[in-house]
Ligand binder design. Structure first.
Ligand code: PAF
Length: 285
């Protein structure tokens, strides 16, 4: 079936009203779709089969979650390619809001309402990208309000984002369910990300240091190492020539740094290769 492309908030609202009690699975994205996104779509379709409802996608490069204007400007975009991939993946409706001279309908002139989850954003990406999660929560709230999804799907590569969205969903009594989907990886282990497209051939080859480092952490954990600092020892050499933004061992629930890795924990990294910031994580416990 041909994908329906919706460009305005008014048309989106009309689509949702017409759907009535039929269900919605939503995959929110910033586009430049890869197999990780396709996996989210397949999971959405599995949870909401065509006879019960619609699989919806949003493509919007959300300006409020970028604290570096160059990063926003360089974010890769490919709308025709994205729509073709979405259609093959069985997406019924794609919301691709028009970009207007004033910005976007999603942030009307004078928009001054933001959603912030306190605490969970203190460490990891929240520490080095101030305001990032406020932007994420604000746009996800707007999309939730418009789509009223029964399920919305997010990748576990962005572990902190997923944890924060789960908390927001719970605290604000949002309807439906937040579903996390495991990270999809290239054959050499690099986590799929739209940002990988910005790596040079040399940067791409070097970035394999990230999954190798995380595999080493897993081995140390399997060998009963429980001291957090020793789990990640040698990170600088292991991740070179990448420039480390952070390498942290945190509690997987509270996302607070821990000294002893006893319960359910997360080792998360953000590393720059070719000036491109890549993130990944491994859960231990
Ligand atoms: O993960 C992303 O692509 C974005 O942060 C999201 C959830 C679509 C919000 O803009």
């Amino acid at each position: 079936m041909a994908i329906r492309v919706v460009r305005s908030v008014g048309e989106l609202r009309q689509w949702r009203t017409e759907l009535g009690a039929r269900q919605v699975a939503l995959v929110p994205t910033m586009g430049f779709l890869h197999d990780g996104h396709i996996q989210l779509m397949h999971e959405g379709r599995r949870r909401v089969p065509r006879e019960r409802g619609e699989l919806a996608l949003s493509i919007f490069v959300n300006p409020t979650q970028f604290n570096d204007p160059a990063d926003l400007a360089n974010y890769p975009r490919d709308e025709p390619g994205d729509l073709a991939k979405a259609e093959s993946a069985g997406v019924d409706v794609a919301f691709v809001p028009d970009v207007l001279a004033s910005g976007s309908e999603l942030y009307p002139p004078g928009a001054s309402t933001f959603v912030e989850v306190a605490g969970l954003d203190q460490h990891l990406c929240g520490a080095t990208r101030p305001g990032h999660f406020r932007g994420v929560c604000t746009i996800v709230s707007k999309l939730w309000q418009l789509f009223q999804p029964d399920v919305a799907l997010f990748g576990e590569k962005d572990f902190q984002q997923l944890a924060i969205i789960r908390r927001m969903h719970r605290d604000l009594f949002f309807s439906g369910e937040v579903v996390g989907v495991p990270t999809i990886r290239e054959a050499d282990g690099l986590a799929l990300s739209s940002r990988n497209a910005r790596l040079s051939a040399r940067g791409r080859a070097a970035a394999v240091a990230i999954p190798r480092f995380l595999a080493g952490v897993l081995d140390r954990c399997d060998a009963c190492e429980r001291v957090a600092s020793r789990l990640i020892t040698g990170a600088e050499q292991a991740l070179a020539p990448g420039k480390i933004d952070y390498v942290s061992v945190v509690d997987a629930e509270s996302l607070q740094p821990i000294e002893r890795a006893d319960g359910n924990m997360l080792v998360a990294v953000a590393v720059f290769f070719d000036g491109v910031r890549l993130i990944d994580n491994v859960q231990l416990g």
